[in-house]
Write a protein that binds this ligand. Structure first.
Ligand code: DC
Length: 223
């Protein structure tokens, strides 16, 4: 099985680019942020603060998170309920970031991420894929862009879905999440030593897809 790891901060284009390339080369696209979002959703629905380690740990035994693929598209299930849309509301980003800093939550989601790669060729995106989850990935890419460009992309995404958001608030939140995700003690967001750094600030989406496809196809022999 082959594995491609794409890490980077929110809004760098990981999911859109990875999805397009996965389709092109017949791999499945695994969005690991969705797993942390599902845990964040469960905790927030139960009116527990998403930073409350002590209360979250015993809750994990009541949570079942599953990924299913319908026509090649990932759907996320929380205790049997399809929460693929519910996890995308703006406030879930910070909840996900909060729970992702708790070691038992990361441990809880680890096997699920690893196991998918045993039976599928994958492009997996997240924050710690190249460093922790798949240290032996065939290709590792660290995708980034300036905070302003990333906030603008998130802004456009929300507007397209009809979700009203404030740009300045989004930019502030992106910077806060960057800080939280890269300064936490466990599995922080950082470039793996053997990852290729790609900055997409000045690229159109098509250019980024082309660039990453070339990097990936050069490094991996697809039969
Ligand atoms: O990729 P995303 O924005 O959906 O991720 C939401 C949060 O989940 C992100 O702020 C940090 C966390 N996360 C993580 O810690 N490790 C991953 N592999 C993926 C996401």
């Amino acid at each position: 099985m082959k594995a491609i790891a794409i890490d980077g901060p929110a809004g760098a284009g990981k999911s859109t680019i990875a999805k397009a390339i996965a389709k092109k080369i017949g791999f499945i696209y695994v969005d690991t942020g969705a797993l942390y979002r599902a845990v964040g959703l469960y905790v927030s629905r139960n009116d527990v603060n998403t930073t409350d380690k002590e209360r979250i740990q015993p809750m994990l035994k009541n949570i079942q998170v599953e990924l299913k693929y319908v026509d090649g598209t990932q759907r996320v299930f929380l205790n049997g309920e399809d929460v693929s849309e519910a996890i995308r509301v703006p406030e879930m980003s910070m909840h996900a970031s909060n729970v992702s800093a708790i070691p038992c939550v990361r441990e809880f989601l680890f096997d699920l991420q690893r196991n998918i790669t045993k039976v599928n060729d994958v492009i997996m995106d997240g924050r710690d894929i190249g460093t922790v989850v798949l240290p032996n990935a065939d290709v590792k890419i660290f995708l980034t862009a300036s905070p302003e460009v990333r906030a603008k992309r998130r802004y456009d995404e929300h507007m397209e879905k009809g979700q009203t958001v404030d740009f300045d608030k989004l930019l502030e939140e992106i910077k806060q999440r960057d800080y939280n995700d890269s300064h936490r003690e466990i599995a922080p967001l950082k470039q793996a030593e053997d990852a290729i750094l790609v900055d997409t600030s000045d690229n159109s989406l098509e250019q980024s897809i082309e660039l990453l496809s070339n990097i990936i196809l050069k490094q991996i022999k697809i039969s």
